[in-house]
Design a protein around this ligand. Sequence first.
Ligand code: M6R
Length: 367
Amino acid sequence: DKNNFRHYMEKEIFEQPIAIKNTLLNRIKHGKVDLSELVEEHATVLAHVEHIQIVACGTAYHAGLVARYWFESITGIPCDVEIASEFRYRNPATRPNSLFITLSQSGETADTLAALRLAKTIGYISTLAICNVAASTLVREADLVLLTKAGTEVGVASTKAFTTQLTVLLLLVAKFSQIKNKPALVEKQIVEALQILPNRIEQLLSSADKIEKLAKHFADKQHTLFLGRGDEFPIALEGALKLKETSYIHAEAYAAGELKHGPLALVDKNMSVIVIAANNHLLDKLKSNIEEVRARGGQLYIFTSEDSDLADADSKNMHVIALPKIEELTASIYYTVPMQLLAYYVALIKGTDVDRPRNLAKSVTVE
Ligand code: M6R
C-alpha cells in the first residue's frame, strides 16, 4: 500500500526517519550501544577481530564502502570491501582474525550468498549478515545477524534499506570502539549523532520541493557526473546508481581527487556535475575541484551545509543547495537522501517506471 504516495520509491524515501528509529530501537541503552542480540558463542569472537572483510552487491556494496571509512578511522580496524561477484571467483586470501560481514536487503542475492558460503570455508573468524529480511537464506546461514528494521522495501531502487544498513554499521563501529577501548567520547558522539539523525532527515524531507525544482535541469541530460570525497565518495556512487536505475541517465561517480586523472576531459558546458560537499575537513580540497569544473563551464549542483562557506556561492552555472546542518559522523547517511529525491523527481518527469525500472529485478537470485 502506497498510502498517499505516488510510488513506493517516494514512500520509502519518506519512511527513512521511522526506519532508522526502528533500527536503533533497543540497541542503545543508557547512552551505550547494546548489541547483546548477537548470539553469545559467536559474539565473543568480536574481541579478537583484527580485520574486517565486507562483501555485498549494488547499493549494499556502497554501504560497505562508507563503513570502511568509519571502521578504519574510528576503530583502527583495517577493513576491505568487495563486490560479491568478484570476491567469490578470485580465490581470495584470508587475513588473520578477519570478520566477514555481508550486507543485503533481501538476503537472497545469489552472489552474496555464494560469497558467504565461500567465506565459511576459508578461515574467517566469524560471519555476520546485516540484512532486512529475517526469514532469508543469508540470515539463516550466517553465524551472526543484525537485522535492519527498514520494513518491506518494494521499490527496486533501494533507499531505506541503504540508510538503515549504514545505521547498523555505525552501531557496530561504536561496538568495536568499546571493544578496542577507544575513548568513551567516541561512542557518545556516535550515539548522539544517530539519535538525532531521524529528526535531521525529517527536516530535510520537509523541504524536498527544493530538490524537486532542480529535477527539470536533468530530465533532458544524457550524462551526469557525481563527485565526493571521503565517506561522501560512496554517496556519489550511490547517487549515480539511483539516477541510472530510475531515470536511465548515464551517471558516473568519481572521487573528486580523480578529476584531473581523466574525467575532467568530459567537462564542458553540457556536463552536469553534482557535488556532495559536506562541511568537513575535506571541504577545501573539494572547493578546488569545484573550481576545476567551473573553469571548463560545467553545470554545477553543489549539495552542502547551510553553515559551510559554499552556502552563499550560488551563481551562474553553480547551483548551491544549502541543507540544514548535520553531524559529521552521519553526514554520509544524510546526504544520501537528496540524491534519492533527485533521482526520483527526475524519473517522474521522464515518466519511467520508477518502482520497476526496465531490465531490473528487486532481488537478483541468479547470477
Ligand atoms: O538485496 P540486496 O541488498 O542483496 O541487493 C543488492 C543489489 O541487487 C541492490 O542493492 C541493487 O543494486 C538495487 N537495485 C540498487 O538500488
